[in-house]
Design a protein around this ligand. Sequence first.
Ligand code: G3P
Ligand code: CA
Length: 313
Amino acid sequence: MTCLKRLVAASSGAAVVLAAATAAAQDRTPTGEPGGKDACMEILAHRGASGYLPEHTLPGYALAHGQGAAWIEPDVVLTADGVAIALHDITLDRTTNVAELYPDRARADGRHYAADFTYAEIERLSVVEALPDRYPHRTFRVPRLADVLELVDGLNRTTGRRVGVYPELKSPSVQPDLARTLLAELAGYAWPIRIQSFDDEALAALDTDLPRVQLIARPDQLTPSGLNRIASYAIGIGVPKELVFQDSAVVELAHHLGLQVHAYTLRADRVDTTFDSLAGEVAALMEAGVDAVFTDHPDQVLALVARSCDTAR
Ligand code: G3P
Ligand code: CA
């Protein structure tokens, strides 16, 4: 059973533990950012506007900013020379032409690890769209995190907006310098920042005042005690949308403990089979009270959310 299926199966118990969690919440002071009960669902650009341009590319992030996303999401890994780059996997194979340029650099498992390449070597690669029927060309390069931050900072200055950056620590257990490097890169920027990770030990241990969001990796994290532990260091949890679709009690449970709920991932070209349309998915998440949603198509989800918010007012 996959991690997602285990989580979705476990969520059916959320209603049962809600009453116990309500009692535990009486003593808690919510620790979230702006965006409370009456706020409309925030739009988190998943790997950029990755439904239109390849994930984790500077044009993809710029497009997301222009489309009105509230937050830009880069996943972050380290190169051999310690450079933080925007990349989802710790390997380069799925999203670049690394096997063509460096055919002799794979490990025994046949994969090319970012940790085995300097950034100068990675900079030579072309980003390759991983999903069929999306952007067809090899136009873009793998950016450094520093490039992403500079881009968002520049666009925030020229547009007068305060779009946030929401980086994910990828596999920090095998990248011991990742957290320190990330925090150093983020220092000095004044617009909103949140840090997320599936690794609860690494996220809890971060030496920072920046808001953190715990991505749920195990069913035990959704029990009252599990959520209470998360609430001691994080402002929210990140969950697969399917978990909310199956039992929205998880949202109520988290809210009772002062935690926001951020769901992933809405894709206009890959709508959940239990819904007729992206609008149906958006409506279900909003009805459940989800605070923010990751999407590959920020413009379409923003339009749907805005329409619902307008209707509600
Ligand atoms: O970080 C939220 C969501 O992006 C988690 O899934 O695999 O796309 O990083 P993934
Ligand atoms: Ca992510």
